[in-house]
Write a protein that binds this ligand. Structure first.
Ligand code: SF4
Length: 187
């Protein structure tokens, strides 16, 4: 639901979830550079926007406590986009949390963190086939009952999956959305 809002993007390095369709595989391993939190804040300030979106990789595998403190102290609103497979106490400082669960695609041993649903503002489920839709409807029947915005996103903007979603009559409380940045060729 934040689509269209001007954001300063911070992409963290490191993710152990391992989705086969991941379009940011270059983020899976951490590089050796250390990033100074205040430097990120200063760069965000220069951009002139009010919102900072932290995505990955998997942001919640990183210690972003200091960064979130500095961003809030400098008047920014924070969005985090996460797979929901991890939990961090600094989430309490985050203004908008998008959970894009990867239950179906994660490596063995990486489990969905149900506690994160207490903070979730929007649930965005990537689906690769009809059965994925059934899984998520069932999984989030109770767990996601308080979430205002529930979205199905066809993997890789697949027209076939979009067509399956649009034909289903049992997902009226869900929205169907594509990745606009890929259509517009934005990075
Ligand atoms: Fe890629 Fe996100 Fe899956 Fe990690 S959780 S493998 S970054 S799609």
């Amino acid at each position: 639901m934040m689509a269209g809002t001007k954001m300063y993007f911070v992409r963290t390095q490191g993710c152990s979830v391992g989705c086969h369709f991941c379009d940011t595989k270059y983020t899976w391993t951490k590089d050796q550079q250390t990033t100074d939190e205040m430097d990120i804040v200063n760069r965000a300030k220069k951009s002139g926007v009010k919102w900072v979106c932290i995505t990955g990789g998997e942001p919640l595998e990183q210690d972003l406590a200091l960064l979130t403190v500095y961003l809030k102290a400098n008047g920014f609103k924070i969005q985090i986009e996460t797979s929901g497979m991890f939990y961090q106490s600094y989430l309490k400082r985050v203004d908008w949390i998008t959970v894009s669960p990867k239950n179906l695609f994660a490596r063995k041993g990486v489990e969905f963190s149900r506690a994160i649903m207490d903070h979730c503002n929007e649930l965005k489920c990537v689906v690769t086939k009809n059965e994925d839709v059934d899984f998520y409807i069932d999984y989030f029947k109770n767990l996601g009952s308080d979430v205002d915005y529930k979205i199905f996103q066809p993997v890789d903007n697949s027209p076939e999956i979009a067509s399956i979603l649009l034909k289903r009559e049992d997902i009226d409380d869900w929205r169907v959305r594509c990745q606009e940045q890929k259509i517009l060729n934005l990075r």
